[in-house]
Design a protein around this ligand. Structure first.
Ligand SMILES: *Cc1c(COP(=O)(O)O)cnc(C)c1O
Length: 380
């Protein structure tokens, strides 16, 4: 089967790249592309400020830093996510505490987060899995009651809305990724959204080795690193942002066809949507097959790939990777964490995801995809 290519580009990217080239200055301090992109990305998501950085991982790390995370502080992260949600915290000495997820939306369970709170909890990091916004109502309440802050991992949530609100209007710092597979991309890159000017100013200093934008005297107001995005990437991202909403609309429409077709296959449970997430950009088309062993799930993915369907196995529960234990981690064993996180543990073994370019194909092809999934499961 054939699906649209990803990433997509046309003359908008070409024009942007040559505009950046001709500026003569290729870093943000000398050029205008990063600044313009930040303004456009912030406006698009309803935030006061955006800061472009080198990756989504760095965006999360810088977000946690700006929100005051100190070595030894705990951060509640969903056990089912890409490892960067944890790595970003660990990079500044924080301890990621894996929390179970909902068995159907795959987002952090607020009740489980409440149980995992301790006097050392500083942040809660909801991941908007595949574009499905986590239960921000319950999490905002939990955070307010416990006196902790929220850092949204919005690496899958460009253009998403929760009860009509855009990600930048949800009242907390949000981190995005522009890595090659994400919903808009320059190959690599990331961004943070802020409401609060102090947070933004502090993040700016930290991402530029402590230097204010107009510094000519090596002032280095704080420590920090160089996380600045380059002008070429920003020029590409400005073009990508222009294509986002139309693509979200297409993917929503295709998922509304594919989802019931998948749900009708015996044993298949597609990712559920929470109705309060009223715009879902669908970073992945995900479904579980809870009756399958992990080995058979992997075989199913191989067979779908052989048919030309871009299928992948779901993330491994973060505590089941060596990388998680290579940095500050909770004083709990893998078995104890698995016992606390039964849904994440099960999902990582029985879930399959399809690349979002599948949802950019014709409606007709949704029937072909569902038929292939049904056939291959029956043949396992
Ligand atoms: C992709 C991703 C990241 C990291 O983004 P990079 O740009 O690859 O560093 C973080 N969290 C989640 C959930 C992701 O999928």
């Amino acid at each position: 089967m054939q699906f649209p290519a990803w990433p997509q580009f046309d003359d908008a990217e070409r024009v942007g790249l040559s505009r950046a080239l001709e500026q003569g200055q290729w870093w943000r301090i000398g050029g205008d592309e990063v600044k313009s992109f930040e303004r456009e990305f912030a406006r698009h998501h309803g935030a006061n400020y955006a800061l472009a950085v080198t990756s989504g991982t760095h965006a999360l790390q810088l977000g946690a830093d700006v929100l005051g995370l100190q070595p030894g502080d705990e951060v509640l992260v969903p056990a089912f996510t890409f490892l960067s949600s944890a790595v970003a915290v660990q990079a500044i000495g924080g301890v990621p505490v894996p929390v179970d997820v909902d068995p159907d939306t795959y987002c952090i369970r607020p009740e489980a987060a409440a149980e995992a709170l301790t006097s050392r909890t500083r942040l809660v990091m909801p991941v908007h899995m595949a574009g499905q916004i986590a239960d921000m109502e319950a999490l905002d309440k939990l955070a307010a009651d416990a006196g902790v802050l929220i850092l949204q991992d919005a690496a899958h949530a460009h253009g998403a809305r929760w009860r009509g609100k855009r990600v930048g209007e949800l009242g907390s710092v949000a981190a995005f990724s522009f890595q090659n597979g994400k919903l808009m991309t320059a190959g690599e890159g990331g961004a943070l959204l802020f409401d609060d000017e102090d947070h933004y100013q502090r993040a700016f200093l930290r991402h530029s080795v402590g230097r204010p934008a107009d510094d000519r005297y090596y002032l280095h107001r704080t420590t920090g690193s160089n996380l600045r995005l380059g002008e070429f990437a920003a020029a590409v991202l400005r073009a990508q942002l222009g294509r986002l909403e139309n693509q979200v609309t297409i993917r929503e429409s295709r998922w509304s066809v594919l989802r019931p077709l998948l749900a009708a296959i015996p044993g298949v449970r597609p990712q559920a949507s929470d109705d309060r997430c009223d715009r879902n950009p669908h970073y992945m088309a995900m479904f579980r097959v809870p009756g399958l062993t992990e080995q058979k799930r992997n075989l199913l993915v191989d067979r779908l790939v052989a048919l030309g369907i871009p299928a992948f196995v779901a993330f491994r529960a973060i505590y089941r990777t060596d990388g998680f234990w290579d940095a500050p981690a909770p004083a709990l064993s893998v078995d104890e964490l698995a016992e606390r996180c039964p849904n994440a543990d099960a999902i990582s073994g029985d879930c399959v995801w399809l690349h979002h370019r599948v949802l950019l194909a014709d409606e007709e092809q949704m029937h072909g995809v569902a038929a292939a999934v049904a056939r291959e499961i029956a043949a396992l």
